[in-house]
Design a protein around this ligand. Structure first.
Ligand code: 5GP
Ligand code: ZN
Length: 136
C-alpha cells in the first residue's frame, strides 16, 4: 500500500471492491458495512483527506458524479430517497481519512431522518452566534 490509505489501495486495485461506477477520476463501490441495501461510497482516485484539503475542481467533479450515481441507484435499486453523508475528522465520525461521500438509500418514510438529537434553539443565542461567525 503506497501511503497506508485503504481507499487509495481500493482505487489502485490492490484491495478488491464491489464496484458500482468508475471513470478516470472517480470510483464508487458498496460500503462493506452498509446502513441500508445499496449504501455506496464515492471517492476521488487522488488522495485528499476531506472537504477542506480537496481542491474545488476535484469537489465539483466528485459531486457531479455523486448526483449521477444517486439518480442511478434511485432508479435501479430502487429506493424512495437517499441521504448524502460526508464526514470530516474523527469528531465527525470519519474513520477513513480519504474523502468520500456516502450515498445511503432510504425506503418508506423514515422518521427522524439521520439520528442527530436536536435541541430547541434559543433565539438570542442564535442571533449572537450568527453575528460572531458571519462571513465577511
Ligand atoms: P467514514 O466513517 O470514514 O465516513 O466512512 C468510512 C466507511 O468506509 C465506513 O462506512 C466503512 O464501513 C467503510 N469501509 C471501511 N473499510 C472498507 C473497505 O475496505 N471496503 C469498503 N467497501 N468499505 C470500507
Ligand atoms: Zn487515500
Amino acid at each position: 500500500m503506497k501511503n497506508d490509505c485503504i481507499f487509495c489501495a481500493i482505487a489502485d486495485g490492490e484491495i478488491p471492491c464491489f464496484k458500482v461506477y468508475e471513470d478516470d477520476a472517480v470510483l464508487a463501490y458498496l460500503d462493506i458495512n452498509p446502513f441500508a441495501e445499496g449504501h455506496t461510497l464515492v471517492i476521488p482516485k487522488a488522495h485528499f483527506t476531506g472537504l477542506l484539503d480537496a481542491p474545488d475542481e476535484i469537489l465539483a467533479g466528485l459531486l457531479a458524479r455523486v448526483k449521477r450515481i444517486a439518480a442511478h441507484l434511485k432508479a435501479t435499486l430502487p429506493c424512495d430517497g437517499f441521504n448524502i453523508l460526508q464526514n470530516n475528522g474523527a469528531a465527525a465520525g470519519q474513520t477513513v481519512p480519504h474523502i468520500h461521500f456516502h450515498i445511503v438509500p432510504r425506503r418508506g418514510n423514515a422518521e427522524g431522518g439521520i439520528a442527530f438529537a436536536s435541541t430547541k434553539g434559543d433565539m438570542d443565542a442564535l442571533a449572537k452566534l450568527a453575528e460572531r461567525i458571519r462571513m465577511a
